[in-house]
Design a protein around this ligand. Structure first.
Ligand SMILES: [Zn+2]
Length: 181
């Protein structure tokens, strides 16, 4: 996958020369200034929030990519943030909810296509308990709030393959027996 991926930039981002050539899957070299251009995946975070009824929170996406599909609360990290801080911020911005401690679930790569450009992303997934989704609102980039039993999710409606993999892992590993198990 990685070697077939084409980066968004067409010129050296140090000197502006178009004379760049690939040296490895994630490394380009500029023949003009001699510097290397690294195109490693960026980090994003997403959270599986579990309420007292053992439901999780899916969000209907208000914007492309995958507009209308279901995702987890989360998003891209800001510079200097830890994954946990970024997750709390994104959950606050998207739903108004405040969460406490989070547990690491796992990570899955995601090719995120935005405005015609593919960005390589590593999605970091966490899970956290929350008493209730009653105060959740559809805020930033969210069209709808969808609490659901994790065993009742239609995986065809999920926005990204990384979310499908994370929820599959969550269903296998979640330490509390879910209602419909
Ligand atoms: Zn250059």
């Amino acid at each position: 996958m990685a070697t077939e991926w084409e980066p968004a930039f067409k010129v050296c981002y140090h000197c502006g020369s178009p004379e760049i050539e690939r040296e490895a899957a994630s490394v380009f070299a500029c023949r003009q200034c001699g510097k290397h251009l690294f195109v490693n995946p960026v980090s994003a975070v997403a959270g599986v929030l579990v309420d007292a009824e053992e439901r999780i929170l899916l969000l209907e996406r208000a914007r492309e990519p995958a507009k209308g599909k279901l995702g987890l609360p989360g998003g891209f990290l800001d510079p200097g943030e830890t994954g946990e801080e970024g997750l709390r911020r994104e959950i606050r911005e998207e739903t108004g909810l405040e969460i406490g401690g989070v547990q690491y679930l796992g990570s899955f790569p995601n090719n995120y296509v935005y405005d015609g450009t593919t960005y390589l992303v590593l999605d970091l997934f966490f899970w956290a308990r929350i008493e209730s989704f009653a105060d959740a609102r559809a805020l930033d980039e969210v069209a709808g709030i969808c609490p659901i039993n994790v065993n009742e999710i239609d995986f065809e409606e999920l926005a990204f393959s990384s979310i499908k993999k994370a929820l599959t892992k969550f269903r296998q590993e979640f330490p509390i027996k879910l209602a419909n198990d």
